[in-house]
Design a protein around this ligand. Structure first.
Ligand code: ADP
Length: 218
């Protein structure tokens, strides 16, 4: 049966990196609400103005708007064989909506928690950089580019740091995660659909474990 793979984890846990690997190797689309909201925020539209304050404060975009964006994106034909959700659901209301969506689309849900201790998360986020051309993700502490602040594959391009990866906003995002999103882990665990993976190992080792969980789930 086709699956919705829900990637869960605190900010900086590496769920985006794993979602990208799953997309490349399983051929399922990666649907990242964070990426979609960042793209919306860059445009000069009323919608951009609406979401900016929430994102810049390290809070959540309101459920109603988030759900609308996810409904539209997952209705695209590329999601027919299943898809990977990165950054959604993040609240109980969103999780309830996903149950209805999965039933309507004929998909089963599997949730993967990429688990990383709190003290590592801060360096993961504040050190994170990405290439605006290819989206490759670096970290100045753990995975630096060959030359400071430029992409290995696009040497003419300076890496960027996300607006919300500054220390103050990171602290708020971690609080928001604890309060709003962590309770969802119990919800998926109680329904037997949560797989824990140790997110402190190498991306390849983490990936191998996730792929095994995904392919053996019904
Ligand atoms: P993180 O690295 O914190 O997991 P993301 O890239 O997934 O960040 O998301 C960046 C920001 O976009 C969040 O801090 C939040 O403001 C907004 N956002 C992303 N997904 C959701 C969602 N499902 N519900 C509400 N807001 C969201």
């Amino acid at each position: 049966m086709s699956k919705i793979i829900v990637m869960m984890g605190a900010p900086g846990a590496g769920k985006g990196t794993q979602a990208r690997l799953l997309q490349e190797r399983l051929g399922l689309p990666q649907i990242s609400t964070g990426d979609m909201f960042r793209a919306i925020k860059r445009a000069q539209t009323p919608l951009a103005e609406e979401i900016r304050p929430f994102m810049e404060a390290g809070g959540l975009v309101p459920d109603e708007l988030t759900i609308r964006v996810v409904e539209e994106r997952t209705a695209q034909p590329d999601g027919k064989g299943g898809y990977i959700l990165d950054g959604f659901p993040r609240t109980t209301t969103q999780a309830e909506m996903l149950e209805r969506l999965a039933a309507a689309q004929g998909h089963t849900i599997i949730a993967i928690l990429v688990d990383v201790p709190f003290d590592i998360l801060e360096k993961r986020t504040t050190g994170r950089r990405d290439c605006p051309i290819c989206g490759e993700i670096y970290n100045i502490y753990f995975r630096p580019p060959k030359v400071d602040e430029v992409c290995d594959l696009h040497p003419e391009t300076r890496l960027r740091r996300r607006a919300d990866d500054n220390p103050e906003t990171v602290a708020r995002r971690l609080e928001t995660y604890e309060r709003e999103t962590k309770p969802l882990l119990d919800y998926y665990a109680h329904t037997g659909r949560l797989h824990h993976v140790d997110g402190t190992r190498t991306p390849e080792a983490i990936y191998a474990e996730i792929e095994k969980a995904v392919t053996s789930a019904k």
